[in-house]
Design a protein around this ligand. Sequence first.
Ligand SMILES: [Zn+2]
Length: 136
Amino acid sequence: MATFNDIQLLRTTYLRGPSVWTYRPVLEVWLDLGELEDYPSNKIPGLNERLTAWLPDLIEHHCGVGERGGFLLRLKEGTWMGHVLEHVVIELLNLAGMPAEFGQTREISQRGVYRMVFRCPRKPSPARRSPTATSC
Ligand SMILES: [Zn+2]
């Protein structure tokens, strides 16, 4: 199995009101994919199978395709790790009883660096705002 350096979380910001993303509160995370920038989901052997085995409800994610299974189709075709991470976080929030209902990931001008947001109805506590421990 291929191994890669960790994705670096550069900063997290709680946006409590209307923003460029949405009019609702969101948690914005800047992340650096590092070497994973060169490995979309279809280039890592077994990734998609492991993800869907661990998180079977990813089939419910419509993604930009707009229908059940949409995200799995994107995985199969090959999508970037920032987008994969977005859906994993959304699914983990769903499993924790905190449905995110909204998420987006957009690249910035710096190669491999992305801004990722999730709907976040509750402001994270100060103790959890470190780059390695964020929660909604
Ligand atoms: Zn998506």
